[in-house]
Design a protein around this ligand. Structure first.
Ligand SMILES: *Cc1c(COP(=O)(O)O)cnc(C)c1O
Length: 387
């Protein structure tokens, strides 16, 4: 099988798996206990904290371990909303966020908060002038993703962060898709909070982290024992945390080489598909995107059928996002770019990883081409286009 859905999840790197194993079987202690078995677990956790911090250039005590990207987003957004509700009730986000941010904002909207959804342009990028205009006295939080999970577009986070800092508004970014794929430096990006998730960077599912800049305070949304400074109580997922740390360490060591390698495959697939298939387009910004993201649009066909055709050829791909693919509505991200509903339905996302091979490119392009041709022959829509 050729796996090209790394933005949905990635395989666990064998080295990550190896690093985790002892913490299930031998060093299974509770990291909050005093005897050596527990201290061993605690030590491994703190080593991981350093590795996560190092990848995003934070300090270890600014890292809170969580159960993943969704929880990190929830803690950041609700945590600030509840903490600062006396100061204001206005939140600014974008209209292309992951559901973990989008639905959290909608929940707060139903509970007394006001939310502004900044529109992404046709290229998927937020306009910082729109942001400046949206800020009011009551704005307490700006949350805008670093890189989009569907179209890979990278937002001007540094500029957004500078605006937030000048206005003294807390700034959170969902960096689940960018961490481990492009350089992420929390100081350089001017962020106060940043979410990341292990399973998007060759670590295990069910573990992630939230960076909280020193001095920024959030109201806990989960209550219990005092783990993770009381911000995320609950017995720590030691093996998972060790896996996250190892995944971050590997990502940091190979960041530039992996990005370059993956981008070279990406660019060749894009070039060949756009050349060889008529009425094919690339969604999102042509260059300002993650090195591993491709999002095509083919007039007259349906993304889901294309994914199934490619699956039959041994290629794992997706349409819209994994989270919305069970719904029949078109992706809210593609609709936000101003696409017509029929066009938004004809999208194909290929997200590459370090184990993809150059030798696979022609097979992939041919498979897409054949599938698109077959589907178009069956498509009444395509007949209309051709007439
Ligand atoms: C996958 C993803 C999440 C959710 O992370 P989980 O660890 O699966 O909860 C959040 N935001 C973005 C941008 C994602 O791609």
């Amino acid at each position: 099988m050729i796996y090209m859905d790394h933005s949905a999840t990635s395989p666990v790197d064998p080295e990550v798996f190896k690093a985790m194993e002892p913490y299930f079987v031998n060093s299974y202690g509770n990291a909050s206990t005093l005897y050596s078995l527990g201290r061993e677990a605690r030590k491994a956790m703190e080593e991981s904290r350093k590795m996560v911090a190092s990848l995003i250039r934070a300090k270890p005590d600014e890292i809170i371990f969580t159960s993943g990207g969704t929880e990190s987003d929830n803690i950041a957004i609700k945590g600030i909303a509840y903490r600062l509700r006396d100061k204001g009730n206005h939140i600014i986000t974008s209209n292309i966020e992951h559901p973990a941010v989008d639905e959290t904002c909608k929940y707060l909207e139903n509970n007394g908060f006001k939310v502004t959804y900044l529109p992404a342009g046709e290229d998927g990028i937020i306009n910082t002038n729109d942001l400046e205009e949206a800020i009011i006295d009551k704005t307490i939080l700006i949350t805008i993703m670093h890189a989009n999970n569907e179209i890979g577009t990278i937002q001007p986070i540094k500029e957004i962060g500078a605006i937030a800092r000048e206005k003294k508004i807390v700034f959170h970014t969902d960096a689940v898709q960018s961490v481990g794929k492009i350089p992420v430096n929390v100081d350089d990006l001017n962020v106060d909070m940043l979410s990341l998730s292990a399973h998007k960077l060759y670590g295990p599912k069910g573990v992630g982290a939230l960076y909280i800049k020193k001095g920024v305070r959030v109201e806990p949304i989960i209550h219990g024992g005092g783990h993770e400074k009381g911000i995320r109580p609950g017995t720590e997922n030691v093996a998972g945390i060790v896996g996250l740390g190892k995944a971050c360490q590997i990502a940091e060591e190979n960041l530039y080489e992996t990005a370059q390698y993956v981008a070279s495959i990406r660019d060749e697939i894009i070039k060949k598909v756009l050349e060889q298939i008529e009425k094919s387009y690339l969604n999102g910004h042509p260059t300002n995107r993650l090195p591993n993201n491709i999002n095509f649009r083919f007039t007259g066909i349906e993304g889901e059928s294309l994914v199934l055709h490619l699956d039959a050829k041994g290629i794992a791909s997706s349409t819209g996002s994994a989270c919305s693919s069970k719904k029949l509505e078109p992706s809210h991200v593609l609709m936000a770019l101003g696409l017509k509903e029929v066009d938004a339905h004809g999208s194909l996302r290929l997200t590459l990883g370090k184990e993809n091979k150059k030798e696979e490119i022609d097979y992939i392009v041919d498979s897409i081409k054949n599938a698109v041709e077959t589907l178009r022959q069956l498509s009444p829509l395509w007949c209309q286009v051709k007439e």
